[in-house]
Design a protein around this ligand. Sequence first.
Ligand code: F6R
Length: 626
Amino acid sequence: MCGIVGYIGTQAASGILLEGLRKLEYRGYDSAGIATVLEGEIHCVRAKGKLINLEEKLAGEDNPARIGIAHTRWATHGKPEEYNAHPHMDTAKRIAVIQNGIIENYRDLREELKSRGCEFRSDTDTEVIPHLIAEQLAESDTSLLEAVRLVVNRLKGAFAIAVISADYPDELIVGRQQAPVVLGFGQGEFYCASDTPALVPYTRAVLPLENGELARMTPLGVEIYSFDGHRLKKTPRTLNWNPVMVEKQGFKHFMLKEIYEQPGVVRACLEAYFDGEWAATDADKSPTHLGLPPELLTDLQHIQIVACGTSWHAGLVGKYLIEQVAGVPTTVHYASEFRYAPAPITSNTLTIGVTQSGETADTLAALEMEKKRRSGFTQPELQSRLLGITNRPESSLGDLVPHIIDTHAGIEIGVAATKTFVAQVMAFYALALDLTYRRTAKSPEQLEEILIGLRQLPAQMEVVLESQERYIEELAHDFAETQDFIFLGRGINFPIALEGALKLKEISYIHAEGYPAGEMKHGPIALLDAKVPVVAIAMPGAVYEKVLSNAQEARARDARLIGVTPMDEQEAADTFDTLIPVPHVDELLSPILTVIPLQLLAYHIAARRGLDVDQPRNLAKSVTVE
Ligand code: F6R
């Protein structure tokens, strides 16, 4: 949701800023812009559309400026036109500002500024900021930092900003209120960015700004202040990332690379969450080591999961596992709904926020609301118990909740979530088994059986990738012109049907619906004809025969049937027109395998259509606005 990047130091800023934007383009790509301070003036260049358009505009420029800010936009206020692109400037063009987030009170501020004669050049909420800073500087003989400080105190909403001024050529001011921004520390050069991938090529010494903090960056160092003006003492920490992690490494798209990284991610999760040696004979110790305190998980009567999009689908798999294996009643809520219509308060309730980015505004707000509404109670059973499942423990979620399960997927750049979904599901296996053990909901032998199955998953995932990718690539040719798809699943594979449909929608722009297979006959079956392919996930287990019958119902309506089903299953082979075989696996563990063909199908259909797989239209990787 918009990417911001800033640089001050000893090198030409524009190359570093453009490189930073490239790494942040997954956050938004409606327009891009850059501003530097050069010979006492602000030099600002902006372009509508993807970063490449800005790069073309800048081609041939030799700009030696050593300070600058840059922005890639996901439009919220105002169309994706050049005049709405950031940076925005004050009337005299002495101040340039970039912002990620939303200034909620911008209308009032705009009217107020207009009443004093200020003319606006854009429709954005951001433009009020440079005008207000200019007014502060004109009114009193104050510093740039102080002017920015006074202005951020007037802003309402969630925002991260970076400010430069032609009159302060050695200062970059950065501020954060509920939207992420990380500072990077080099030798005599300093950086800021919405996310760490923009920093890792230059430094691994980083400091995420916290809410209500400002940074004054100069070539001599970085000072941190609170919004009320107090100087704060902070120490950077070292990231254990390397720059290669944010490159495509020979793959055509990040999404394909990330699909292929999944077996490694599952191995990392197995190592992080489970005792690798555990067997039924070790029943006096837990098979998991999540490091969660007993008071978080004992006597649980209810678990509520809040999440958005793909993370919500992972939550649905989590609900199945927690209810069916550990026996704890669980509800899953869209965070955007829960925050305004929460379920009534129940006793001994664990609330889990699932968000790969740790920055999704709705998920954070739902968790904050839950924390707040329970803070008034003195009875221990009504107090909040919060847990986060995230790929970014250093994110805003990490600040908000006291306990985190880190999903260990490594940075995900493709806008469509793939490996982070699989890692979230792994986190739920671990949590469900942890609860199962604590509650003795299954025998040690049953637990051991599940663990043995989990340990085999990475190799089985590799089999799917090796044996199916070429085939699915060819299959994708058949669907280049298809307009509608149906995905069916039941039980633990119903969320996988939803996920398959979401992947296809978001990157191929084909309409797709995920449905519980048994519900088809209650309406959606009317959509079916020879032009609508149906992908059904049919894994032997509690609902195998049922899914095959539901698939037959679709076949009777001439739909082309594609089955994600185990190898050598005769009944499935007789039912489906096309088979995408996966290894035999316990139904309970099957989502980790069945999701892969659906990811590959979506990927290859989109790639075949020549679409921008990693940056699909209208989307952004991290949705930091409501
Ligand atoms: C889909 C996708 C989105 C995200 C959703 C939540 O591929 O990526 O649906 O899952 O925006 O994002 P996080 O998990 O960061 O809260």
